[in-house]
Ligand binder design. Structure first.
Ligand code: AMP
Length: 297
């Protein structure tokens, strides 16, 4: 089995136009490749909701800082194509860097507010890079919908904001984080972890769940996150960029008692690998069911 691949915007638009003529709906799943089950769930969700699913694979240089892993980021197009064909995706869009950023490229999209703090503090170029490339991908393909993972929660909020602010006629669909058996969020960067680091990595999710349960049960957010930071460092993480409770929509910091939909988000380093994760803080009535799940785990 194989999947058609296009590498130019012109070829992508020709495919989209042909589907439009047949009145087919189209979903876009933007990725950087090295596809895992988390990406594939986005594709599956797209297939449920639309007639065709386009997956883009583009390791976007503008969202990496100078000291980050752009050069080493895994690039495995043959494997990606196999996985996409098996799952029934319709088209792979895999442009070279020169197609996305030809000579003279000079425009960027910056989203204020939700981009600030959290990853925005530690990866200064990141959200402008993401916002610019996602805007381009949406305008190049003009799909009915685009799917993104809650795994990158701040990114999701940035994309929701820019689509609303720039009047881009696309529905943004979010999909819950897909996890390994022990709770570690699937990520292309998990491949960097040594076996020892991999064993320790699960603690991040465990601790975020504990914060979520505690805050939902009435513990003050800053007390819960202070305790959580100690737990993460005790588990062998060498540094925490942030571990915070934020408003689920605006990402405004929340301290004290939390009475509105919230999220606990973290980024922490295990050796040379930076892991991010986040967990919703359930409304009060969901606490007992989450607690009993935690106890039986
Ligand atoms: P990336 O290739 O890391 O840029 O991710 C592409 C898309 O897949 C983004 O919308 C991510 O949020 C999403 N994604 C990555 N990992 C997961 C996961 N474990 N579960 C759900 N979605 C994910």
């Amino acid at each position: 089995m194989n999947i058609p691949v296009v590498r130019t915007i012109t070829a992508l638009r020709a495919k989209m136009a042909a589907w439009r003529r047949e009145s087919l709906t189209v979903a876009l799943v933007p990725t950087m490749g090295a596809l895992h089950a988390g990406h594939l769930v986005l594709v599956q969700e797209g297939l449920q909701r639309a007639d065709r699913v386009v997956v883009s694979v583009f390791v976007n240089p503008t969202q990496f800082g100078p000291q980050e892993d752009f050069a080493h980021y895994p690039r495995v197009e043959t494997l990606d194509r196999e996985q996409l064909a098996n799952i029934g995706a319709s088209l792979l869009f895999a442009p070279p860097v020169t197609e996305m950023y030809p000579a003279g490229f000079a425009t960027t999209i910056t989203v204020t507010g939700v981009s600030e703090g959290l990853c925005g503090t530690f990866r200064p170029a990141y959200f402008t890079g993401v916002a610019t490339v996602v805007t381009k991908l949406l305008l190049q393909s003009l799909p009915d919908m685009a799917l993104f993972g809650e795994k990158d929660y701040q990114q999701l909020q940035v994309i929701r904001r820019l689509v609303q602010d720039l009047d881009i006629p696309v529905s943004i669909i979010s999909v819950p984080t897909v996890r390994e058996f022990d709770g570690l969020a699937l990520s292309s960067r998990n491949a960097y972890l040594s076996p020892e680091e991999r064993r320790r990595a699960m603690t991040l999710y465990q601790v975020l769940r504990e914060v979520s349960i505690a805050v939902a049960a009435g513990v003050q957010a800053d007390m819960a996150t202070d305790r959580a930071r100690v737990r993460v460092l005790d588990a062998g993480f060498n540094h925490i960029d942030y571990l915070e409770v934020r408003d689920a929509d605006t990402l405004t910091p929340l301290k004290g008692h939390v009475r509105r939909p919230a999220r606990v988000l973290a980024a922490a380093w295990l050796g040379r690998t930076r892991l991010i994760d986040n967990v919703p803080i359930p409304p009060r009535s969901d606490v007992s069911s989450m607690d009993s799940k935690a106890n039986s785990a």
